[in-house]
Design a protein around this ligand. Structure first.
Ligand code: MRU
Length: 361
């Protein structure tokens, strides 16, 4: 995607010894890039959410292994890098998917070949993610075209999305936002309701930043407003991303997604989930088994913003002395999901549906 006309990915190799990333904790107030020089840097970037979003977490973990292999390509170092990176965040399955792929690729090769192989494999994971998300965009565009066809000619299609499942959550294009970019580029009159997505505001800070940068009309709403807008007929469909889909079709995504799915069901609003196959956990039978990340209460008790003078500050917003609980994700049962939009096409949210697109899994 482009930032001020310059094409960007969210992660890129810098020679063979560093990895470039966009510091997403500074957005939307500042656009800053950073260079990761070690596996520990990559692990910190994932844990501190300098990079976030399931597909990008996977790509960053892959480059974390490559950085480790540059320093020490022994089996012990590979195991250590795997374990440190695997501990960063528990819910997004792309992290484990990428680590397994990297280790499977490297383990059967002599030490001397591992650094070069690791850089090549991490780059393949990143390139595949871009192509996968582009394909999700194509299949999702069809879903949006069908929805637009049900409206009066020229009438705006109103889509609601939660969190950030755009190019900032992937390497490029995005998952839930890719069809929206393609619909906009195809001239479909489209408008996006953007859930602010407390407590870290991925919607207000990242999704709005992305859509604004591409010229897509959008409106930021409080997370609790979506139900009313659906009841008022102001939402034609919802599209969200996901951090893990289990074999039966249950969906883990940013906290608040489940409540959106319930409101959509109650108001007959289609609720689509866009995902790459790297986000399907074929080994986990159902959603209630998914580990839910608990993050710092400070993310609830404090808020970061920009002052009129441009300074970025964090302030307390809660009653002094109160504490907070901060589960980062929830699980939407398959029964509330209208369908999955994947790189291989669209399917129902079920074991049978997933198998119809991924029969060999
Ligand atoms: O905590 P985050 O920002 O990593 O959560 C991100 C999400 O929940 C996204 O919707 C999901 O990872 C898909 S990103 C394409």
């Amino acid at each position: 995607m482009k930032i001020n006309g310059k094409p960007y990915r969210t992660i890129w190799p810098v020679g063979r010894d560093k990895v470039g990333i966009i510091d997403q904790t500074k957005l939307p107030h500042r656009f800053e890039t950073l260079e990761l020089a070690s596996m520990q840097d990559a692990a910190h970037a994932i844990k501190a959410m300098i990079v976030r979003g399931a597909p990008l977490i996977g790509a960053a973990a892959a480059y974390g292994i490559a950085l480790a292999m540059r320093e020490d390509a022994s089996d012990e170092a590979l195991d250590r890098a795997h374990d440190v990176l695997a501990e960063t965040r528990p819910t997004a399955i792309n992290l484990r998917w990428a680590l397994k792929r990297m280790c499977d690729t490297l383990r059967n090769h002599p030490r001397a070949e591992r650094s070069k192989l690791a850089w090549a494999e991490a780059a393949k994971i990143a390139d595949e993610d871009v192509e996968t998300c582009r394909a999700i965009g194509e299949h999702g565009l069809k879903v949006l075209q069908d929805a637009a066809a049900k409206k009066e000619p020229g009438e705006t299609l109103n889509v609601l999305t939660h969190c950030n499942a755009g190019w900032l959550g992937c390497v490029d294009w995005g998952t839930a936002l890719a069809p929206i970019y393609m619909a906009y580029d195809a001239g479909i009159p489209i408008h996006v309701w953007v859930d602010e997505t407390r407590p870290r505001n991925q919607g207000a800070s990242l999704t709005a930043f992305e859509l604004g940068g591409h010229g897509v009309p959008h409106t930021i709403i409080a997370d609790n407003a979506g139900g009313l807008l659906m009841m008022q007929g102001k939402v034609d469909l919802c599209i969200v991303g996901t951090d893990r889909v289990t074999a039966n079709g249950d969906v883990a995504n940013k906290i608040g997604t489940y409540l959106k799915a319930l409101a959509a069901k109650d108001n007959n609003v289609p609720f689509h989930v866009a995902l790459p196959s790297s986000t399907i956990d074929w080994d986990m039978a159902k959603g209630s088994d998914i580990p839910i990340e608990e993050r710092s209460p400070d993310e609830i008790l404090k808020m970061t913003g920009r002052t009129p003078t441009g300074a970025v500050v964090t302030v307390d917003i809660a009653a002094p002395g109160s504490t907070a609980a901060n589960p980062g994700f929830d699980v939407t049962p398959a029964r509330l999901v209208t369908g999955f939009i994947t790189e291989r096409g669209v399917c129902e949210a079920s074991k049978k549906g997933l198998k119809s697109l991924f029969p060999r899994e």
